[in-house]
Ligand binder design. Structure first.
Ligand SMILES: [Fe+2]
Length: 909
């Protein structure tokens, strides 16, 4: 009867509903006391309509209803509800003190978790909801077990219908982490509810929690008995936009980035609000903290608590053994100790001093209470008995394979296709290169890179015109983005900036080589515009000037990577998708269930970033060239460059001229550079994601009308455009959501960004930037040729290595970034890799289960494809070669640790 999978049973039950139903009425009148939540009527989750629900009594509390057996009435079913609770450090099972004793007593007497099973059907005569309730009791008392179970037996009347939801009241004084509920005893198998959620104490919040079964329903198909619960749960999750959010709450709401500064502690730490007319930006999660005393537009940071909805917080596995704690400890404990080591501006005296970070490490003076660091960061802190802590870095594989990899121009060029930031390189389509900035302010728009210069570098191979026609010229263009900030940044201490253009030529063998770097300073005050073109050379002075120019470009690329390719394009833009999904799509909406694993921990890691990485004077500001203007620059990039539609990998490649549509080519695209490892592997992954999303979406939506009439789905998309990305709401490029194909395209983008794109720009951070000369985050001094004096030029000629080391990050900056990148490149032991772990709701539907298995199988295939490419030196020169690290960033699976591979479902680090 109760099994939702078996149509025959349902039909039989529907027939029976036509019979007189004395049980329902009898139960309702005789068991009135069970209709009221014993802890007080106020504790009902949905008090407004509580009276509409008809109650049944559970057998454990001795059902007092007397049912007169009548012909054709099937027997009641005895069902056991088993709740599995995860033992957690901070939750209920850490109970100590008086409240803990009280809770133990409640458990002992079986009155700690009140369950209410809710039918999918309404009373046909009255339209009332049907439910049955009772207390679950704890069944295992072994304090060492990781999982604890609670049970209750129900005698469910035949006419109750299918169970669609369970409402729970937690009468403990502390929250508990509920993993799942299984209702066992139905003739056709158990009914499961995957919860994986924090169940708040009724003393924190008197509203009860509702959990739905794993069956997904479009809004129009919601069973009548669940409709009110579905709607009201969404209202709860949206909150009322008032007050400061508390840790146990589950409210998803929006706010602007007005908490990056800290003007109350120092006026210099005031930062502009990101989000709004002046600095367009995606929205973040609203925390509701009070405004600053000194700036009403900024949110106060009176304590270290950054609210995220309770279920968005890291799991304890991740928290205790890894990321959050490691990142928090690294940034809050280790970094201050590094700063205390020496003058924060002091450069490395020799290259050998950089090597010693890996060979010998740095002695960290012991700090009281910091002994835990070596347990939390064992990869970084090597403990030696009776000695200080040693901070010693692992040698990145890039350096391990080739100590001089960072010096080679071919490697510099190769990394634009297969390195940490493979999303900036673009085809040159117009010549001469020209700025779009106002010449009145920024000087001549024409580039100083001339046709003659390039033709000299190409070596008579072809003319510039032919090179452009044959798609041989490529560029890293950080000219127009950075130039408006040069003057401001140069006023900051310890940094400098240029606008830059770097040109590359595609060799006949498919590899790139750099041709020229142009660095530009606009007119600043009395100083006229200054610019110079650097080219590779064999002359000693030119070689060193080229190296210094390269250091500047790499600092620009590092900043763009971290602020735009990584933070903005993945972490930041995804947060509004998560908020909208939770506010507008019910947990039983199939699209919620498709997206949910892709949002795991993103809000939490973003909150951590706001507290320690992207905040005023945080790691980014202190260690990257733009300094305090870093986040403002990411807002400019959002305003001028970011488009939702261009986040699709094929569209991104086409927009950069790196591919053209070609129906005959694999993936429907012909790549401009055939051996483009990020694009080659990324397109395979993109296609696999798209196939899986198509299978899923097409299973639930058969036509456009279903998409257009799905009010939750339409509200979800509208909210993403108009609220989460409000500053871009009028852009014409937002896709429409009218057909199943529209939905497939939109979701494929969201999934790709959270999985493939993020993996490509995240998990290689230590690999490529751990040895910082390969990717310095900051260039602190101007190139020697700019405004040089006889003394400064002679000093450069005398010891050019010193000039490069002075330009590179300081010792404090470099080690701070290395610690951060090491942590950010790490896979947690509980990492969930794309296609590896299925969702319970997917498994319950045989069509979805089969589609997921196909997806999973294809990802295994991708592992092999990537291994094959990395082993094929003949066809893939941009990912193979002596001392070259294979390109594995889009290999789907990985072991934990810093591996340089593995594509998790979500952005969780
Ligand atoms: Fe990340």
């Amino acid at each position: 009867m109760m099994n939702p999978q078996v149509a025959k049973q349902t039909n039989a039950y529907q027939t029976l509903l036509l019979l007189p139903k004395p049980f329902v009425h009898g139960s309702c009148s005789r068991n009135g006391s069970l209709l009221t939540v014993p802890a007080g009527a106020k504790s009902s989750s949905f008090p407004r309509k509580q009276s509409r629900r008809v109650g049944f009594s559970p057998s454990t509390i001795k059902a007092s209803a007397v049912v007169t057996p009548i012909a054709y009435t099937p027997s009641p079913v005895n069902v056991k509800a088993i709740l599995t609770v995860q033992r957690t450090v901070g939750g209920f099972f850490s109970n100590i003190g008086f409240q803990g004793v009280l809770d133990d007593f409640k458990d002992l007497f079986g009155r700690s978790l009140l369950l209410e099973l809710v039918s999918t059907e309404l009373q046909p005569q009255t339209g009332e909801e049907k439910s049955i309730k009772g207390y679950a009791h704890k069944t295992n008392r072994d304090g060492k077990l990781a999982l604890v179970t609670y049970e209750i037996s129900f005698e469910i009347p035949a006419e109750f219908g299918r169970v669609g939801a369970v409402i729970i009241e937690n009468e403990h004084h502390k929250e508990m982490f509920l993993k799942d509920i299984v209702l066992d005893g139905f003739p056709d198998g158990p009914v499961s509810l995957s919860c994986n959620s924090w169940l708040h104490s009724k003393y924190d919040n008197p509203r009860n929690r509702v959990f739905f079964t794993n069956k997904s329903y479009l809004p129009s198909e919601t069973p009548s008995g669940l409709r009110r619960l579905r709607e009201e749960e969404l209202v709860i999750l949206r909150g009322n936009g008032q007050g400061e959010r508390k840790k146990f709450e589950r409210i998803y709401d929006y706010d602007v980035y007005n908490d990056l500064g800290d003007p109350d502690s120092d006026a210099d730490l005031k930062r502009p609000v990101l989000g709004g007319k002046y600095h367009p930006y995606p929205r973040r999660c609203r925390t509701g903290r009070p405004q600053c005393a000194t700036d009403r537009f900024s949110e106060s940071k009176s304590n270290d608590f950054y609210y995220v909805p309770r279920d968005e917080a890291f799991s304890e596995v991740k928290q205790i053994t890894f990321s959050a704690k490691a990142l928090y400890s690294g940034l809050h404990s280790l970094v201050p100790r590094l700063k205390a080591l020496n003058d924060k501006d002091l450069e490395f005296p020799y290259f050998t001093a950089i090597d010693s970070l890996f060979d010998e490490g740095i002695n960290l003076p012991p700090v009281k209470g910091d002994s835990f660091l070596k347990n939390i960061l064992p990869r970084l802190i090597k403990a030696i008995e009776d000695s200080d802590d040693i901070l010693q870095f692992e040698t990145p594989e890039t350096m391990d394979r080739d100590k001089f990899f960072w010096l080679r121009d071919a490697e510099f060029a190769r990394q634009t296709l297969a390195g940490l930031n493979p999303c900036s390189i673009q085809l040159v389509t117009k010549w001469p290169l020209k700025s779009e900035l106002d010449p009145e302010i920024y000087g001549s728009p024409e580039s100083a890179i001339t046709t003659e210069m390039i033709e000299k570098e190409i070596g008579g191979f072809m003319t510039v015109e032919e090179a452009i026609k044959q798609k041989k010229l490529f560029i890293l263009d950080y000219h127009d983005l950075l130039l408006p900030y040069v003057s401001k940044v140069r006023k900051l201490k310890g940094t400098t900036l240029y606008g830059s253009r770097t040109l590359f030529f595609l060799n006949p063998d498919g590899t790139l080589r750099p041709l020229a770097i142009e660095l530009t300073r606009p007119k600043i005050g009395e100083k006229p515009q200054w610019r110079q073109v650097f080219t590779p050379s064999w002359h000693a002075t030119d070689v060193w000037e080229w190296r210094l120019a390269k250091a500047h470009v790499l600092a620009h690329d590092s900043g763009y990577h971290q602020l735009v390719s990584h933070w903005l394009r993945t972490h930041c833009v995804t947060e509004p998708y998560i908020i909208a999904t939770n506010r507008q799509l019910s947990v039983i909406h199939p699209i919620y269930r498709l997206l949910h694993p892709h949002f795991r921990y993103t809000m939490e890691i973003n909150a951590l970033a706001r507290s320690s990485l992207i905040n005023a004077d945080g790691v980014i500001e202190a260690s990257f060239s733009p300094g305090k203007y870093a986040m403002e620059l990411s807002s400019v990039a959002y305003d001028k460059q970011w488009r939702f539609d261009l986040q699709a990998l094929p569209a991104d490649l086409i927009s950069r001229g790196m591919a053209v549509e070609d129906p005959a080519a694999p993936h429907g695209l012909k790549l401009t550079i055939e051996d483009y490892p990020f694009a080659n592997d990324g397109l395979v992954l993109w296609d696999f994601i798209k196939k899986w999303v198509s299978d899923y979406v097409n299973h639930y939506y058969s036509d456009a009308a279903q998409i257009q009439s799905d009010e939750e789905l339409q509200a979800w998309w509208t909210e993403i455009l108009t609220v989460g990305h409000a500053d871009k709401k009028d852009e014409p490029w937002w896709p429409e959501l009218n057909t199943p194909q529209d939905l497939i395209d939109i979701i494929t983008i969201i999934v790709w960004v959270a999985s493939g794109h993020h993996a490509a720009v995240n998990f290689g951070q230590y690999l490529y930037a751990g040895y910082f000369p390969n990717r310095p985050t900051i260039a602190r001094t101007n190139v020697p040729a700019e405004d040089c004096t006889r003394e400064s030029w002679n000093e450069f000629l005398k010891r050019p290595e010193g000039a490069l080391l002075k330009c590179f990050p300081s010792q404090v900056q470099a080690t701070t970034v290395m610690v951060t990148l090491d942590i950010l490149s790490n896979h947690s032991p509980d990492e969930e890799y794309l296609g590896k772990k299925s969702e319970a709701a997917w498994d319950e539907d045989p069509v979805i289960k089969a589609a997921f298995e196909r997806f999973s199988g294809r990802l295994m295939l991708l592992e092999g494809i990537i291994d094959g490419r990395n082993a094929d030196a003949k066809h893939f020169k941009n990912r193979t070669g002596a001392g070259v690290v294979p390109y594995e960033l889009l290999k789907p699976f990985s072991e934990d640790g810093v591996t340089g591979k593995g594509v998790p479902y979500s952005i969780s680090i």
